[in-house]
Design a protein around this ligand. Structure first.
Ligand SMILES: [Zn+2]
Length: 212
């Protein structure tokens, strides 16, 4: 690597994407250990079905929320978690997710916006998808196998994150959450009904917030 390349902004690759693949175990553990695990909201809870508020304060409260989200994500054994899944109306999600090559990605992003893909980048993958807020249900859902999300880090710096395969699915799924959409909202009526039936028949492995 040339000297010029090492002069680039810390934590960013030469295309400007966040490097979220280094020290994953230590970073995830540090967040989780500072955080408190909270119960997960499930389909039907109003906080999941409306657009969340933008993050405007990038201080200690946001840092604590992100720690709590990492703790909650670990307890529920998730690969991604949006703030409204622990009942908080703010546009932030965390992730701890492998990509196509089995490489682990760990990070948090505020105010995420999915970038439109060029037609040649749009290859659909119809793998199974699940959601902590629709416990015990899974369904096949076609999504592009590549995604780029722009947003801000916990300090408010602009960042962009990219992912392939399962991690691309995660980035799209979590961004959807913050705009009030669950993956089952993207299914056919029949598949949605089937997912809700799977949920009704299953028992979550983690604590959930009861719907009244
Ligand atoms: Zn989800």
């Amino acid at each position: 690597m040339s000297q010029q390349e090492t002069d680039q902004q810390a934590g960013v690759d030469d295309e400007g994407f966040v490097v979220d693949t280094e020290d994953c175990e230590a970073r995830e553990a540090a967040h989780r250990e500072r955080g408190t695990s909270r119960p997960i909201t499930v389909v039907g809870n109003p906080v999941l079905h409306k657009e969340c508020s933008d993050v405007t304060e990038f201080g200690d409260e946001l840092a604590q929320l992100i720690d709590d989200m990492f703790a909650s994500q670990r307890t529920a054994e998730g690969v991604g978690l949006a703030a409204n899944q622990i009942g908080v109306d703010l546009k932030v999600f965390v992730y701890d997710c492998p990509d196509d090559d089995g490489v682990r990605h760990v990070g948090a992003i505020c105010n995420p916006v999915l970038e439109d893909l060029a037609p040649e980048q749009r290859n659909l993958d119809d793998s199974n998808e699940g959601c902590l807020s629709v416990p015990t249900a899974y369904a096949s859902l076609a999504r592009p196998d590549y995604a780029v999300v722009r947003g801000q880090d916990a300090k408010g710096n602009p960042v962009k994150v990219r992912g392939s395969g399962y991690f691309a699915r995660c980035l799209q799924h979590e961004t959807d959450h913050l705009y009030g959409y669950l993956y089952i909202d993207r299914l056919s009526k029949r598949d949605r009904k089937d997912a809700l039936k799977q949920m009704a028949e299953g028992t979550p492995r983690y604590e959930v917030v009861p719907n009244d």
